[in-house]
Design a protein around this ligand. Structure first.
Ligand code: AMP
Length: 187
């Protein structure tokens, strides 16, 4: 499955919980990038300048990273992809990667929240863990990219009838229960 939501929607937190409940690995492109940035790998050094500006890391880098990850054995029985695809062209790329590995998507979970709530949460997160891409200007830029490029990703999967929407506003535990209920209905 995929989890899609604007920055600050809590998709990382919920992805970790769902992955534990379902017993499948959570794969977050943002986390893989951040890990590479921390370890100062060539991939991390390349990605950092885009991430700090709130821009998307170029497809050449991102697609091959996802391609490698989805070729690993632990995804055979299921996986939860968080943060990819983020553009219409990444949707096509993912179709390709899945086909090559004889994998299929069952469900695309969209977490929803309005922009002002997201900016408020992200400002809080910036104070707590000092992510370098959580300044107000960069936050607004990342939200803009979500609306301009990622909303269309959800439309693509809507056309395939596999999108489940869950309201991402509320206590964390309650949202997890909403998600688990929504997944039961869709399965
Ligand atoms: P996230 O933790 O999902 O918000 O991702 C943090 C940052 O990593 C994003 O703002 C992008 O710079 C980069 N990133 C993560 N996933 C992708 C992707 N699918 N395509 C391009 N850049 C990405």
């Amino acid at each position: 499955m995929l989890i899609i939501g604007p920055p600050g929607s809590g998709k990382g937190t919920q992805a970790a919980r769902i992955s534990e409940r379902l017993g499948v690995p959570a794969i977050s492109t943002g986390d893989i990038f951040r890990d590479n940035v921390r370890r100062e790998t060539p991939l991390g050094i390349e990605a950092k300048k885009f991430m700090d500006a709130g821009d998307f890391v170029p497809d050449t880098v991102t697609n091959s990273m996802v391609r490698d990850r989805l070729a690993e054995d632990d995804v055979r029985e299921g996986f939860l992809l968080d943060g990819y695809p983020r553009t219409a062209s990444q949707v096509l790329e993912l179709d390709d990667i899945l086909r090559e590995n004889s994998l299929e998507l069952d469900v695309v979970l969209q977490l929803t929240a309005d922009d002002e709530e997201l900016v408020r949460r992200l400002r809080g997160r910036a104070e707590l863990d000092g992510r370098s891409d959580d300044t107000e200007q960069v936050i607004r830029h990342r939200l803009g990219l979500y609306h301009d490029q990622t909303v269309v990703v959800v439309s693509r999967y809507d056309e395939r009838g596999i999108v489940v929407r869950v309201d991402g506003i509320g206590p964390i535990d309650e949202i997890t229960e909403r998600i688990m209920d929504a997944l039961k209905v869709s399965s």
